[in-house]
Design a protein around this ligand. Structure first.
Ligand code: GLA
Length: 383
């Protein structure tokens, strides 16, 4: 996206020169469905981003437009809706509502959103729009919040306004991503550590083109199942507040003491936390064989225990096996469709992209979208 082009469009529509903010989407290397269990994740921000252009207006209205969708949505800042409208503008509106709820003053504003993160692909299109919108809205008040706080507020907008009970991972890495690094994040304390991705590796993102929709029931059902797991484990150890607190020992002692489905969900989360911290060590140490094993185990666990994969994601993971330069892959994001993430040696990456697409097409009849990416910096003002 040319920033000058977005500025020109904004001037055409609103007759003002805007400020422009960019916030990236993400891939998650490992640590899936652990964030809302107070666990560990290891995502990286990537080059697909949302851009929000903003300028003040003299009245108390909030006008929201998109380059992708028709219409202008207008709201009275002092009487913002308290419930979602069901339209795409909810991601911006929800952020405005939550900022107001937390006592942040907002000025009347015109906003133009340009999203380049594919929607419904599990690459955090919603978090990127939320984060860019939050920074844009706050900037007109010259308010600077610490980025972890911006992430927390954006997550709250998605939880309480949009209605998807997501964890903090996507908003956090969209704010705090670092070029050339994955971010190992402790979702309980929000302590984080950039982990260098070995030079010479590319992130190859393979989109199955099967759209997922997090707001539909399955994601929230998984959350509820984890909460039920916590209630079981807390009977045997009252210190258990989240699945983060369940040790592998406690897990194996009680495999028959709760419904099988609940135990399977818990089993995924407890072991995935361990895999994630192991993977951070392996990545930092350049132990690619270990990374490959951990990513493979993570995918199998998501497929068989957490049950959030789908035949197309499994086919894409299989299609990567044996291709030159492949160093590990798995489904990434919430699941039920979307993308796989593959670590591939740079010299093999473009060939890998062609071959995996061919194999996937042969297996499923679907033409996938394959992109070679690198880890990028988090959100920033561009103009
Ligand atoms: C979605 C959510 C995240 C996280 C992942 C699964 O991307 O937005 O918070 O829960 O699913 O790891």
């Amino acid at each position: 996206m040319q920033v000058s082009e977005l500025a020109r469009r904004f001037e055409e529509i609103f007759g003002q020169r805007p400020r422009i903010y960019r916030a990236p989407g993400r891939v998650n290397l490992i640590g899936e469905h652990t964030d809302y269990n107070d666990g560990f994740v290891m995502p990286a921000a990537v080059g697909f981003s949302a851009y929000v252009a903003v300028a003040p207006r003299p009245d108390r209205r909030l006008a929201i437009r998109s380059e992708q969708f028709p219409g202008t949505f207008e709201f009275d800042l002092d009487h913002l809706p308290q419930q979602r409208t069901g339209a795409w503008c909810d991601y911006v509106l929800g952020v405005a509502v939550v900022l107001r709820q937390h006592g942040h003053q907002l000025a009347g504003s015109n906003l133009l959103v340009h999203g380049e993160v594919p929607i419904g692909a599990g690459l955090s299109s919603s978090a990127s729009v939320e984060v860019a919108s939050a920074l844009a809205l706050l900037s007109l008040q010259e308010t600077q919040l610490p980025l972890p706080e911006v992430a927390r507020l954006c997550r709250q907008a998605e939880n309480s306004f949009v209605g998807a009970r997501v964890g903090i991972m996507d908003q956090f890495v969209s704010c705090l991503g670092k070029a050339g690094h994955a971010i190992l994040l402790d979702c309980r304390s929000l302590a984080f550590e950039p982990v260098p991705i070995p030079a010479g590796l590319e992130l190859v993102v393979c989109n199955t083109m099967v759209k997922h929709d997090l707001a539909t029931g399955a994601y929230n059902t998984r959350r509820a199942e984890c909460e039920e797991g916590v209630r079981h484990f807390a009977r045997w150890n009252p210190a258990v507040r989240a699945l983060r607190d369940v040790t592998p020992d406690l897990l194996s002692q009680h495999d028959r003491d709760m419904p099988t489905t609940i135990w399977k969900r818990c089993c995924h989360v407890v072991r995935e936390n361990q895999r994630t911290t192991d993977a951070a060590r392996a990545l930092a140490g350049g132990d690619l064989e270990r990374i490959r094993q951990l990513m493979r185990d993570a995918h199998r666990s998501l497929r068989d225990l957490y049950e959030v994969s789908c035949p197309e994601l499994d086919a894409m993971v299989e299609a990567a096996e044996g291709l030159p330069g492949f160093c590990g892959g798995r489904m990434t994001g919430g699941g039920f469709g979307g993308c796989t993430i593959n670590l591939v040696r740079r010299e093999n990456a473009s060939d890998f992209a062609v071959k995996i697409a061919e194999r996937f097409r042969r297996a499923t009849g679907i033409s996938p979208q394959v992109d070679c990416c690198s880890a990028e910096d988090g959100a920033a003002r561009l103009a």
